[in-house]
Design a protein around this ligand. Structure first.
Ligand code: GLC
Length: 742
């Protein structure tokens, strides 16, 4: 077989302009450049004579205000806006992106540019010597992706390590930054995709490539990484405010085997005064793993169980998998088969594959009719009081087929653009979560849905939060959860977190203590572990570890108002809740390399102990601020490493000078109580400010403006309170001031 050669698009033969879109007819394909805003440009290319239908699951915004654009043709063609110039070389077509002042941001590699190799589409792009890469969604490699090769193909890999190229989530969104130059590229192709981000130090190009389909990417020119993330999330959408209880501590295990066991776990939390809001039912609550059923023997009265839990302040979340047991006596299967809701083989007949229930059929979630059919099945769960839904195994994991997923030739609807699994794979889980989200909104319009997913594609934040799937109870896995969640947070998904304590393997007391300390500062805070592993509840390793866990889970609850502010910020402009140091300190070159610490919002610097036996660690305090040790209140200058002492009950934690952190008294669960008193924890700096966002914590009324926003300033020993918005009436009434001077 002759290996196909790479074929670049070739020379421009003619070009035509329609408003802000310019089409270039080239020797070997058609290229379309569309200006969306002053700094966002979309590039499409096909080797066919015309483009396919314009469908994208990721893109939320398709209507853009008109932007003033000029197109000039000379030696090259230049498309210019107020902020950006796209310079298109004619022979052959090569695209370059520059700022209005002429500074080049990025462009096609001169020799190859973009084109095709057989069905593959590819873009060779120039790589600057000091360019760093971030984003790329859920990836287990180090924070900076420079030098890595990464694959976007949703994969159930519980054995993943730092070297793993593909895991559960695919977000082919790249953030590039180097001093003074920032841009982003969202490569919107749902086929298996690879980013090859330089291999050797002096590499001059990097490569973006997909197995098939059109080249379709968005270029975000920006003045900062913040702007790249903001603009990417304008295109792909932003998360909504989750119900406030979802910010609380959550406890899971595969599985709590009966209602009695669940109640026992719940009682233990209350007896031991460890705050907790959510308990999970993993797969064993079902009758033979049939989704939307309960095991009549072990969970005979789910409504009663949930109501008893509710009285103790707990919510219950249940798992739902996509595989429907292929059993003609089972209603979901029978109904779905009758209505043609499941995927079929190319030659006809249901496609079947094995997952937990044995042989299963699989809904085609890329079909809107199937999503509408799937949604109402959640009603029975909601009717008995289930508070949220956990979507799992939706890569989809299918065990008895090569690659542990379905064959690539299985036909899918793809919202009316029939295709095969090769194109639908990466959006299968996305569309399952979407069906679930839409059902919850319809069934409970007054309540914010709580949806968790394992698999996802770009734009998932509109439908679900993401937990990072099956990790291991290993220190290395704890460490990698930091860059993993930071990059996911930079990729439009601020609400994320790992299984605290680790899923596979046996946790130890010290690991649980350290992971719970750090987990308290992740947006999603859930302890979960696998079947046959040691117990992993906060009390499972004796009093000393239990005390540490209690202390930090309590601290999480005390910080709730601060967390809630951050969720609000994330819902407004996708600002990450947990942030890499460079987000706040872009002028400090050292801040780009730190991936064993993170910021929670702008004010808290978290430096987890990531090693067995360690009782101290070096902490980098970024330059551009002064810092207080949270525990000793000692003040430090930024721009240095300090040694933080950390007995087992101490998590190195620093507060940026100039912060006002709103806190509350610890509570056992979040519930619906309004908060009477807020403590303002003040860390004086040159300018000392803070704020408080409040709403009802459960409805969508905040979208209609029913929220309150109060700004605080601490000047010359006095607190100034500026009530910017007071529409949410049950807002805090009293503030208690606590000033920390070193
Ligand atoms: C998958 C999930 C895990 C769950 C298990 C059983 O491995 O990732 O969280 O406990 O299935 O449902």
């Amino acid at each position: 077989m002759v290996r196909p050669q790479f074929q670049s698009v070739g020379a421009i033969q003619k070009f035509t302009r329609h408003g802000n879109t310019v089409d270039f007819h080239c020797q070997h394909g058609l290229v379309r450049i569309a200006v969306l805003t002053d700094n966002i440009v979309r590039v499409r290319a096909t080797q066919r004579t015309d483009f396919g239908a314009d469908v994208s699951y990721a893109v939320a915004k398709t209507k853009w205000a008109k932007v003033k654009t000029t197109v000039r043709s000379g030696k090259a063609i230049t498309i210019a806006t107020k902020k950006l110039r796209v310079i298109i070389n004619k022979t052959p077509l090569r695209i370059e992106f520059a700022r209005a002042d002429g500074t080049i941001l990025n462009g096609d590699e001169r020799a190859r540019g973009m084109g095709w190799e057989g069905t593959k589409c590819r873009s060779y792009r120039r790589l600057a010597a000091d360019e760093m890469f971030f984003g790329c969604g859920e990836k287990t490699s180090p924070l900076n992706k420079r030098g890595s090769k990464t694959t976007f193909w949703n994969t159930d890999d519980p054995g993943h390590t730092y070297a793993t190229e593909a895991i559960y989530v695919s977000i082919p969104f790249l953030i590039s930054t180097r001093p003074g130059t920032h841009y982003g590229i969202f490569w919107d192709n749902t086929h298996r995709t690879q980013f090859n981000l330089g291999q050797v130090a002096d590499e001059k190009h990097y490569i973006l490539e997909s197995d098939s389909g059109e080249i379709d990417y968005y270029f975000f020119a920006a003045d900062s990484v913040r702007e790249v993330v903001r603009d990417y999330s304008e295109l792909t959408g932003r998360m909504w405010m989750p119900p406030r209880w979802a910010l609380g501590f959550q406890q899971c295990r595969w599985s709590y085997m009966s209602a009695a066991e669940i109640m026992d776990v719940a009682r233990n939390f209350r007896k031991r005064k460890i705050p907790c809001d959510v308990i999970y039912c993993d797969i064993d609550y079902m009758d033979g793993y049939r989704v939307f059923t309960w095991n009549p023997r072990t969970f005979p009265k789910p409504r009663k169980m949930i109501s008893d839990l509710g009285k103790m302040g707990f919510k219950l979340v249940t798992i739902i998998d996509p595989g429907v047991k292929n059993d003609s006596k089972y209603a979901v299967c029978r109904d779905g088969r009758q209505k043609g809701m499941f995927l079929k083989k190319p030659e006809g007949g249901w496609f079947t594959g094995n997952v937990w229930p044995g042989e299963c059929v699989f809904p085609d979630f890329t079909n809107p009719k199937v999503r509408q059919w799937w949604g109402p099945w959640h009603k029975e769960l909601l009717d008995v009081g289930v508070a949220g839904i956990w979507n799992d195994m939706n890569e989809p994991a299918v065990w008895n087929h090569p690659g542990d997923t379905m064959p690539l030739d299985i036909p899918h609807d793809y919202d009316g653009q029939p295709t095969t699994h090769a194109r639908a794979h990466n959006v299968y889980g996305f569309n399952m979560a979407r069906a679930c989200h839409e059902a919850l909104r319809e069934l409970r319009p007054k309540q914010r849905p709580f949806v968790i997913t394992r698999a996802a594609y770009a734009g998932i934040q509109r439908y679900s939060m993401v937990w990072t799937g099956d990790n291991q109870s290993l220190w290395e896995q704890f460490a990698l959860s930091i860059p993993e969640c930071l990059n996911l947070s930079l990729s439009g998904v601020p609400f994320c977190g790992p299984d605290v304590g680790g899923f596979g393997g046996n946790c130890t007391g010290e690991l649980l203590a350290r992971w719970t300390q750090a987990g308290a500062f992740f947006p999603f805070f859930r302890n979960h572990t696998a079947l046959h592993t040691r117990r992993q509840e906060p009390w499972a390793f004796g009093k000393k570890v239990e005390d540490v866990c209690r202390r930090y889970i309590r601290l999480r609850y005390q910080l709730l108002p601060y967390f809630y502010n951050l969720f609000h910020e994330a819902s407004v402009n996708a600002t990450p809740i947990m942030r890499p140091l460079f987000w706040e300190f872009p002028d400090d070159p050292n801040s780009y390399a730190v991936d064993d610490q993170f910021l929670l919002g702008a004010s808290l610097l978290v430096a987890p102990i990531l090693k067995l036996g360690a009782r101290q660690r070096g902490v980098y305090l970024p330059a551009g601020g002064d810092w207080y040790d949270y525990w000793t209140k000692q003040k430090y200058d930024g721009g240095q490493y300090v040694t933080a002492l950390a007995t087992l009950d101490t998590l190195p934690l620093f507060v940026r000078a100039g912060s006002i952190i709103p806190m509350i008294k610890p509570m056992e669960f979040i519930g619906r109580k309004s908060i009477g008193e807020i403590t303002l924890d003040i860390y004086p700096g040159k300018k000392t400010t803070g704020y408080l966002y409040e709403d009802d914590g459960e409805s969508f009324n905040y979208e209609r403006g029913l929220y309150s926003l109060t700004h605080f300033a601490w000047t010359n020993g006095k607190l100034q309170v500026n009530k910017r918005r007071t529409v949410y009436k049950s807002a805090a009434r009293r503030y208690r001031v606590q000033v920390n001077n070193d």
